[in-house]
Design a protein around this ligand. Structure first.
Ligand SMILES: Nc1nc2c(ncn2[C@@H]2O[C@H](COP(=O)(O)OP(=O)(O)OP(=O)(O)O)[C@@H](O)[C@H]2O)c(=O)[nH]1
Ligand SMILES: [Mg+2]
Length: 302
């Protein structure tokens, strides 16, 4: 299956949840009126687009309908597509990995899909000709280290691991030395999603960051926050919390295939000042895609 078909398939539930419902509303109305906008508003809000963003979209739609003197409800779909494209318009969704080594830190709460996404990112980068190494920085559970190793083997890249309970900063330190010695292009670091307290987690992330500052000054660094699309508005809250500690450079939005509320992409884009760089549309190795707003809107609407 090609890239676009996989995206369309991954967004199937969201198509049903948003696009098909919108279609139903539009054909059931004979004219564009306040009631029609109310119905659209409800669909957007229940698809996790977020209240503020939805209200803004509806305002803009009303304005455009007036400006262009539209009367046929079916024309509203094109307007909505325009509006979403505008909100999702990507600035800088490419990973910036200019130096060798470059480093990618992958952070996020437990279960969102960090380790899986690392495997998929490693695969994408390897396919583009980069030499990749992984660091098992989630030392909180032995299973987490093993899981990353399974991905390293599957993709065919090296991994630096210590034993359970060891200091993640020491793992990252070793991995940086290994990446330099082996002339790797990209080091990808897993991190814990759960520690005894949230404060511990944030302190640990800061410590790892300091090691990177010291050992890889001047290197390209991506700090990717992984968010689970099925958690809805909670994802936006998580992003705000992590932003207080980490200089997040991009978002990886996972499990879009598992939700009918893919509208969360729109909420994230409009409520946070962080680009969505990658989206997960399934559990397999090649089910992670660079986020392309045009393709995304096309996959939703066409
Ligand atoms: N359907 C679907 N499942 C996904 C996707 N990404 C990750 N998963 C699944 O989500 C579950 C959790 O993924 P992990 O990668 O272990 O998550 P994690 O953030 O590393 O979790 P912790 O290590 O516990 O913090 C796994 O069962 C993955 O297969 C996706 O894009 N789509
Ligand atoms: Mg993990």
């Amino acid at each position: 299956m090609g890239f676009f078909d996989r995206l369309k398939e991954g967004l199937q539930k969201t198509r049903k949840g948003i696009t098909e419902k919108i279609d139903q509303v539009l054909v059931s109305f004979g004219k564009i009126d306040a009631e029609l906008f109310e119905e659209l508003e409800e669909i957007l809000i229940t698809s996790d687009v977020g209240i503020d963003t939805t209200l803004k979209i509806i305002e803009d739609l009303k304005k455009k309908v007036k400006e262009r003197k539209l009367t046929d409800p079916r024309e509203v779909k094109g307007l909505l597509q325009e509006e979403l494209s505008e909100i999702l318009k990507d600035e800088g969704s490419e990973l910036k990995l200019d130096t060798s080594p470059s480093i990618i830190m992958v952070i996020g709460v437990n279960g969102v899909g960090k380790t899986t996404s690392i495997g998929k990112i490693a695969n994408l980068l390897k396919q583009s000709g980069k030499k990749v190494i992984l660091a098992a920085g989630d030392t909180f559970r032995a299973a987490a280290i093993d899981q990353l190793e399974v991905w390293a083997n599957r993709v065919g890249v090296d991994i630096i691991r210590h034993s359970e309970g060891s200091d993640p900063a020491a793992v990252i330190y070793d991995a940086i030395q290994a990446a330099k010695a082996r002339k790797d292009d990209v080091l990808i670091c897993d991190t814990a999603g759960r520690l005894h307290t949230k404060k511990n987690l944030m302190e640990e992330l800061k410590k790892v960051s300091r090691v990177i500052d010291r050992e890889l000054p001047g290197a390209s660094r991506e700090v990717l926050l992984v968010l689970d699309a099925t958690t809805g508005q909670n994802a936006v809250v998580q992003a705000k919390t992590f932003s207080e500690t980490a200089d997040i450079t991009g978002i990886v939005l996972t499990k879009l295939d598992g939700t009918a509320k893919g509208g969360i992409v729109i909420a994230i884009k409009s409520e946070l000042d962080i680009p969505v760089k990658l989206i997960g549309v399934g559990e397999k190795m090649d089910d992670l895609q660079k986020f392309d707003s045009k393709e995304f809107v096309k996959a939703l609407f066409e």
